[in-house]
Every structure is written in C-alpha cells, then in structure tokens.
Design a protein around this ligand. Structure first.
Ligand code: GCO
Ligand code: MG
Length: 402
C-alpha cells in the first residue's frame, strides 16, 4: 500500500495570492489542492501546516472519504471557512492522486460526463453604463453566452464588481479600502442599466447580476420584482445568507431566480435554502465547501429540490479549483452554470494545464487526475503579498456588508 509521504503548503502571488497543498505518496505520485481563502490566506496555510499535515503522513491516500471524516470529525469544531478550505485542499489533492493512479481524469471517477461542456459566465463591468455596454459587447465577441453585468453606482466611491485593471478583485495592502454605499442610489440605478443591456443585446444571452449581500430581504424582494421582465438568469446574494430563513420573504414576492452560497461552506449552511426551495442555484464551491467529496453531497441534496448548481469561480480561486469545479460540473445532473473570470498570465505560468475555454464553455483536460502542474520555479518569482478586501460604509459612516 502506498502512503502519504510528504505534505507541502505552497504560497505564491502571481498577480494575486494563492495557497496550494501538494501531497506526495510513497510511490512518488503528487496531488494538488487549492487552499486559498482570499484575504485570510495564512490562516488556512497554518491550519494545514500545523494541524493537518502531521495527521496525513503515513495515511493511505486512496481512503478519501475516510480522510474527510477523520479531519472533519477529528477537529471537533465544526464548519467554518478556514477548516472547510483546509479539508477541501486535502480532499482535492487526494482525488487528483486517485485519478493519476487510475490513469483517468477525475471526472471519470465521479461517474463520467453528463454533458459535453460546462456553460460559464464571465464578468462585464463599467464605471458607467456606456462602458458596461462596451464591455458586454467585448465578451459577446469572445463567444461568452452568459454575462454578469455590474456598473458603478453614480455618486458612490468604488463599487463592488467593477473591474479596475485587467482583472477585477479589489485588494488593498495596509488596511481595507473604504467604499461608500447607498441602497437607495443602487435600487434606483441598477434596474435601469440592466434594462439597457437587454435593449442592446436582446434576450439571446443569459444575463446575471450580483447584489453582493447588500439588501435586506424586503429590499431584495423589491429589486427582484423590478427586474422580472428582464428575465435575469439570476440575482446573486440578494441578502446575506447566514440567515437562511430570510429568503422566504424574497421568494414570496418575486419570480426572479435566486443564487447564493459563495461564502457558505457546508451542507448545513444551505440546508433550509435547499429543502424549502428558497433558492434556484447553490453557489458553494469546491475550495470553500470541503472539496469534491462534500460539494457532491450538497449538489445531490440540491438535485432533490430542483436547485441547480452555480459555483463561485472568481480570480481568487486558483486554477486547481477551476479544474476540480469543471470535473464536478461536467458530471452532476443538476448543473446550472459555472462562474469563470480567468486568471492573469503570471498565474497560468505557475498553474499549467487549465481546462479549455471555447465559445463560453469550459472543457476538462483528459490528463489523469486534474491535469494541473505546479511550477515551483515560476511560483518562487512571486512572493506572498498580503492584501485585504474592501469594506463598505453607508452615507452616515456605519459599516455595511461588503
Ligand atoms: C463573485 C464574488 C467575488 C467575491 C470575491 C471575494 O461573485 O465572483 O462575489 O467577486 O467578491 O471572490 O473574495
Ligand atoms: Mg458573488
């Protein structure tokens, strides 16, 4: 029997920070798992290095389910983003190893393809409506069939979801950037620019919008109602989802489909949302929700209740997550859509072998395992660069959800 011989926690910053777990077996097979928790990276790195790595040495790498239970139940302390991201990294690395040992891509181990490719959505944004429309046109030109649209709210400094440089994802070095938020201004403005996108591009594209946890349930209900005739693919995170019951109220008022779950990390965090059919898409993701093993469990529960999948896939999730997500997406019967922002050239120098993107669809690699190679030499050129996500304050200075 092969055993786990070596466990390495690799931190690099090729354009943004990534934590990667690499497990090597006594047979010399290696597996990769993403362990990136944006803005809190080193907490997961320490959890892996100090608490999980010593437990993994000498274990049978083939026992994925047992290892998952051992780490989850063994922690005693349940759930939470740090724990679930660390367990996810171990889980995904072990699936990668299992695929390499079997000589099969991971999606074959999960039951094989249910579809030819994975529909993805990209992010279009603009500092005003005209530049948003130009951005949507550019993504159409690239072949994307599903587009998320976000524009900066006039009069407010900084808006979530609006790209600054080549890639969106604001991050500041010393202290979080402070942004200003007004629900009234947003509610007056957002439906009008989404309508402009529909006017210009018609109903032949899937149009998505991220509310980013900014509204109360009744405000979200009003927003959903006001955009009903635009037939959004979804409104995302209309209200913070820690309070799952809050979605009952939104549901009573609008037929606009609802997606949530990118910050949630276990099946228990989405149980009410799914079993009461309060959402249409569950956005939990491989890296933050306990890996392939646990995500499958969430998606299977969702399938029973007509909830489809729509996993988070921002740039702060590494290409290892993209590969693992696509492996799951291509198999599950209730797949909905996959977020895909892509990465910088530097990131692809470190993580080689990302899934193929064509006409707005991702296709998994047919290499054994996940098909991603980690280039240590390239990674060494990009040292860790601590960053914070922004915070948002209302006009009176009080903190709002970012
Ligand atoms: C999305 C998300 C992200 C998050 C980011 C936080 O829908 O893609 O909301 O952009 O803000 O992943 O780290
Ligand atoms: Mg989001």
């Amino acid at each position: 029997m092969a055993t786990i011989d070596r466990v390495e926690v690799l931190v690099t910053s090729p354009g943004r920070n990534f934590v990667t777990l690499r497990i090597t077996t006594s047979d010399g097979v290696t597996g990769l798992g993403d362990a990136t928790l944006n803005g809190r990276e080193l907490a997961v790195a320490a959890y892996l290095e100090e608490h999980l790595a010593p437990l993994l040495i000498g274990r049978d790498p083939a026992r994925i389910e047992d290892t998952w239970q051992y780490l989850y139940k063994g922690a005693y302390w349940r759930r939470g983003p740090v724990t679930m991201t660390a367990i996810a990294a171990v889980d995904v690395a072990l699936w990668d190893i299992k695929g390499k040992v079997a000589g099969l891509p991971v999606y074959q181990l999960l039951g094989g393809r249910s579809r030819d490719g994975v529909l993805v959505y990209c992010h279009a944004s603009g500092s005003d409506v005209e530049s948003l429309l130009d951005d949507v046109a550019a993504y159409r030109e690239m072949g994307f069939q599903a587009i998320r649209a976000q524009a900066a709210v006039p009069g407010l400094s900084g808006s979530y979801g609006v790209r600054k440089g080549a890639f969106y994802e604001p991050a500041a070095t010393d202290r979080p950037d402070e942004q200003v938020w007004s629900t009234e201004a947003y509610l007056d403005f957002a439906p009008s620019y989404l309508a402009r996108v529909r006017e210009k591009f018609g109903f032949g594209i899937h149009l998505l919008h991220d509310v980013h946890h900014r509204l109360t349930p009744i405000e979200a209900a009003r927003f959903g109602k006001s955009v009903e005739e635009l037939r959004l693919f979804w409104m995302e995170d209309p209200t913070p989802a820690e309070n799952q019951e809050a979605f009952r109220l939104i549901r009573q008022h609008t037929t606009t489909p609802i997606a949530t779950g990118e910050v949630l990390n276990s099946i228990w965090d989405v149980q009410t949302l799914i079993t009461e059919q309060l959402i249409d898409y569950v956005r939990t993701t491989v890296v933050h929700a306990g890996g392939i093993t646990h995500l499958r469990r969430i998606f299977d529960l969702a399938a029973l209740y007509h909830v489809r999948t729509g996993s988070h896939g921002a740039t702060d999730l590494s290409p290892v997550t993209t590969a693992a997500a696509v492996a799951v997406d291509i198999c599950v019967p209730n797949f909905g859509i996959q977020e895909h922002m892509g990465h910088t050239r530097e990131t692809y120098e470190v993580f080689r072998g990302t899934p193929r993107l064509e006409n707005g669809m991702l296709y998994p690699s047919d290499e054994p395992g996940l098909g991603i190679e980690y280039d240590d030499e390239a990674a060494g050129r990009f040292p860790y660069d601590p960053k914070y996500l922004p915070v948002a304050r209302r006009l009176d200075g009080s903190l709002h959800d970012w």
